[in-house]
Design a protein around this ligand. Structure first.
Ligand code: NAD
Length: 260
């Protein structure tokens, strides 16, 4: 038990990768969880995995796509109905899109990345913030990326959406700090999750492990990050220990953003 004991935390994109690692960490710290994902099978398997490891965990799951505004309102309402409050919101769901230059990018995929990564994060804040305002308390962590503070070759909509996440985070901090709400973002570098494995498959379909090793070479730590290394920082940002951190985008990248 520790800093998140008894806190109600809503996580989007919770069925795998960073979201699932965070759910595991928060459960370990004694939180109650509302998990959202649009992958039904993965969400059910996450639910079973978490309850097996933490039989006492209070947990609800909702199948929803964060790019659908009405669905976002519904899962926020469902969380409040179940737990009466939302202390922390890990606004994490996102996709990478495809690897292509600006002139060759598929416009439909471009719009999909913006709908999920930018509008999804916005809808989440739009419906969670009023709940936190009533409580006069809340902690939000939006998920940007190193691509939210730097350019990343062949990932224009991803980079645009993640810069937007960082920008919206600053604005939420300005607008709602007075209501006892802290809003921050994280900027992970390459963390070994299913999303990043797929990126390496696109970069080198023949030998994705080679692409991964090349990427790690450029990092000061000479390795990729682990999901739990992100989860622990997010747990801190969602806790009272981070009560005077507001409007920041915190890189969790082994120092790589200083190298580019
Ligand atoms: P992942 O693909 O491994 O997991 C993402 C989860 O989000 C999946 O369970 C997926 O089903 C869900 N999801 C995707 N779109 C959704 C939607 N529209 N509605 C509901 N659920 C949805 O990815 P990840 O690596 O864990 O990434 C999580 C977040 O972290 C993303 O926002 C991503 O951009 C960001 N990020 C990841 C890395 C990294 O290295 N892994 C680096 C920087 C930023």
């Amino acid at each position: 038990m520790s800093n998140l004991n008894g806190k109600v935390i809503l996580i989007t994109g919770a069925a795998m990768g960073l979201g699932l690692a965070a759910a595991e960490e928060f459960a370990q710290q004694g939180a109650k969880l509302s998990l959202v994902d649009f992958n039904a099978e993965a969400l059910e398997s996450a639910r079973q995995q978490l309850l097996k490891a933490h039989p006492e965990l209070e947990l609800i799951t909702t199948l929803a796509d964060v790019s659908q505004e009405t669905a976002v309102k519904k899962f926020v309402d469902a969380t409040v109905q179940q737990f009466r409050r939302i202390d922390g919101f890990y606004n994490n769901a996102g996709i990478e899109g495809r690897q292509a230059s600006i002139t060759e990018y598929n416009v439909d995929i471009f719009k999909k990345v913006i709908d999920i990564n930018l509008m999804g994060v916005y809808y989440g804040m739009r419906y969670v913030i009023p709940v936190m305002q009533k409580q006069k308390y809340g902690k939000i962590v939006n998920v940007a990326s190193v691509g939210g503070i730097r350019g990343v070759l062949n990932q224009t909509p991803y980079v645009a959406s993640k810069h937007a996440v960082s920008g919206m985070t600053k604005n939420a901090a300005l607008e709602y700090g007075r209501d006892g709400i802290n809003t921050n973002a994280i900027a992970p570098g390459a963390i070994l999750t299913p999303m990043v494995a797929e990126a390496f498959r696109q970069i080198d379909p023949v030998d994705p492990k080679k692409a991964e090793a090349e990427y790690a070479k450029a990092n000061p730590t000479k390795r990729l990050g682990l999901p739990v290394e992100v989860a622990k920082v997010v747990a801190f940002l969602l806790s009272e220990d981070a009560s005077y951190v507001n409007g920041q985008t915190i890189a969790i990248d082994g120092g790589q953003s200083n190298v580019y």
